[in-house]
Design a protein around this ligand. Structure first.
Ligand code: B1M
Length: 210
């Protein structure tokens, strides 16, 4: 079943992916398992084929849309698995300006929310000024900056520099993530941490609190 879902996502079969995910849920397969063992490997394989030149943009878009359709069914259940919601701290998150990738960022936001953080998800292609405006207004303990393109990684640095200029940098922790982002990059731009995935993001944020 998981292999069928992975294949449906890889082939951009949105309706089939939804039907199979519903079936898997009915059969009692945990939502998180479906996400980690079928959906993410499917969309990542699509990326690898795109990189090799075996997939073109429409196929990449279809795989992304099928993943999002599956996630719409899975994320509310992933949250449900984590128990009752209670706010630990406020966490602003978004994909930086120029970047429209939101699958990973949305997973991170959902896992944080499921783990008790009050998540303010600003979405995709978020201008630096928007991050600043919301941070000034909501005074969160954390900001998470997602970047999936090497060309948009510098926007993570731009947000940190803007926080410094506004005198806000010391008032919150900055965690960066996204496929091309590394620990070394996080250190170089002065972030407080780098999270490789959603579980690491939750773990890191909780460690800063304790
Ligand atoms: Co694009 N894309 N894409 N894409 N895309 C990549 C990123 C790419 C690596 C594909 C490739 O060539 N192999 C490549 C980037 C190359 C580079 O710069 N290094 C690429 C490219 C080139 C592009 C375009 C430029 C293509 C074009 O137009 N010619 C274009 C750019 C558009 C733009 O942003 N301006 C583009 C467009 C798209 C789609 C719209 C078609 C679609 C996005 C759909 C959507 O998001 N709604 C898409 C997709 C689907 C991908 C791949 C295949 C999959 C990304 C994904 O969702 N991964 C991707 C290849 C890949 O990464 N393997 C690719 C699954 C997701 C769960 O992982 O996002 O890494 P990820 O998130 C993880 C961690 O990184 C971490 O936790 C998440 C959960 O585990 N994390 C954080 C992420 N954000 C975090 C924030 C945190 C903490 C952790 O803060 C606390």
């Amino acid at each position: 079943m998981l292999e069928e879902i992975r294949k449906a996502i890889l082939e951009g079969e949105e309706e089939l992916a939804e039907a199979l995910v519903n079936k898997a849920l009915e059969e009692g397969i945990p939502a998180l398992e479906i996400l980690n063992k079928a959906c993410i490997p499917g969309v990542e394989k699509a990326g690898a084929l795109f990189e090799q030149g075996d997939y073109f943009l429409p196929e990449l878009i279809a795989a992304g849309q099928a993943t999002k359709a599956a996630m719409n069914l899975l994320m509310p259940r992933v949250k449900g698995q984590e128990g009752e919601w209670k706010s630990i701290a406020a966490f602003v998150i978004g994909t930086v300006e120029g970047d429209v990738h939101d699958i990973g960022k949305t997973i991170v936001a959902s896992m944080l929310s499921a783990s008790g953080f009050d998540v303010i998800d600003l979405g995709i292609d978020v201008p630096t000024d928007k991050f600043l405006e919301v941070i000034k207004d909501r005074k969160p303990e954390f900001v998470g900056l997602s970047a999936l393109l090497t060309s948009t990684m510098p926007k993570q640095k731009a947000v940190i520099e803007a926080l410094k200029a506004a005198g806000l940098r010391d008032k919150l922790k900055v965690i960066v993530g996204g496929a091309p982002v590394t620990e070394g990059w996080a250190q170089k731009i002065g972030a407080d941490g780098y999270a490789a995935d959603a579980v690491a993001a939750v773990k890191m944020a909780k460690s800063f609190i304790s």
